[in-house]
Design a protein around this ligand. Structure first.
Ligand SMILES: O=P(O)(O)OC[C@H]1O[C@@H](O)[C@H](O)[C@@H](O)[C@@H]1O
Length: 280
């Protein structure tokens, strides 16, 4: 039987004053910020950090925290026409990365520690009713993040995980579909291999991706299990974009790979999206 615990924590890394919750299960730990319901750390063993957090990440002035597992909702990327009928200036990746979520449930048992965070939006730019979004984090011998919304409204979502790597050149994500939409060239592309390796700016949407993926590099062997998704996004900004993005350092691109579990179909239906991360 493992010891489990849940405690409040103020601040994480250089993000002073940030309200956070720490979960422990035996020697494994996870830290989630109430700001954005953003997982910031997952250590399956002490000192073995699987997630990357930018040394230049900020959370003041409405900034979205760069790193960990941002929650993108109710749209992914720039707001499409269905989400933005009046063509306002709307933020990338939706509306919940810079909101304070509420802790509504916590549980420690012999087999897991879990917390549920909730945020309620009174209206959306395309919907006038109120909508509740929940994120449940469960730490056991793996970590699961489950995002749900029972309102059958148009909604996209992504769990935008930044995984830490010692060397981006050694990262491999597999198995991925042969066909993908390449956002860099704005075109569909075919890869003869089912493995994605990162040698330049990479921004790819793989529709109909598998439930089970592996992410490997020299310091990282992960099994990802996804559900409720219709795509997996693989993103690395490479050098020029790393230099151009204010909360990345010039060499940050060498240190992370984003593998994102996404639901991009915006049809009006409830949402249940999850990503489980297990160190191998
Ligand atoms: O800077 P943001 O809003 O966190 O987005 C980062 C990246 O997120 C990825 O999911 C997108 O595919 C990229 O196009 C985007 O640049």
């Amino acid at each position: 039987m493992q010891q489990t615990a849940i405690s409040s924590q103020t601040g994480f890394a250089h993000l002073t004053d940030l309200p956070c919750i720490k979960l422990q299960y035996g020697t494994a730990s996870a830290v989630i910020s109430l700001y954005g319901a953003q997982l910031l750390s997952y250590q399956p063993a002490p000192g073995k950090e699987l997630l990357w957090l930018s040394p230049k990440a900020q959370w003041h002035n409405q900034a979205a925290i760069r790193g960990g597992v941002p929650v993108c909702w109710p749209w992914f990327g720039p707001a499409g026409a269905v989400f933005n009928p009046t063509q306002e200036a709307l933020p990338n990746h939706g509306l919940v990365r810079n909101r304070l979520w509420q802790l509504i449930q916590q549980h420690t048992g012999a087999t897991a520690a879990s917390v549920t965070l909730m945020t309620e939006l009174d209206k959306l730019p395309y919907y006038s009713g109120s909508v509740k979004l929940q994120l449940c984090l469960t730490l056991t011998d793996s970590l699961s993040i489950a995002l749900s919304c029972s309102s059958p409204i148009p909604q996209q979502a992504a769990l935008h995980s930044y995984f830490a790597t010692a060397d981006i050149a050694k990262v491999a994500v597999r198995p991925l579909p042969h066909s993908y939409y390449d956002k860099v060239s704005d075109s569909m592309q075919q890869n003869s291999s089912k493995v994605a390796q990162i040698t330049s700016e990479t921004d790819r949407i793989y529709p109909d991706s598998a439930a089970q993926l592996r992410v490997d590099s020299d310091n990282l062997q992960l099994a990802l299990t996804q559900s409720g998704h219709d795509a997996t996004v693989v993103w690395n900004p490479w050098q020029a974009k790393s230099e151009a993005i204010a909360d990345l350092a010039a060499d940050s691109y060498r240190q992370f790979i984003c593998v994102e579990t996404a639901r991009l179909d915006s049809a009006g239906k409830a949402l249940a999206l999850s990503q489980q991360i297990k160190a191998l």
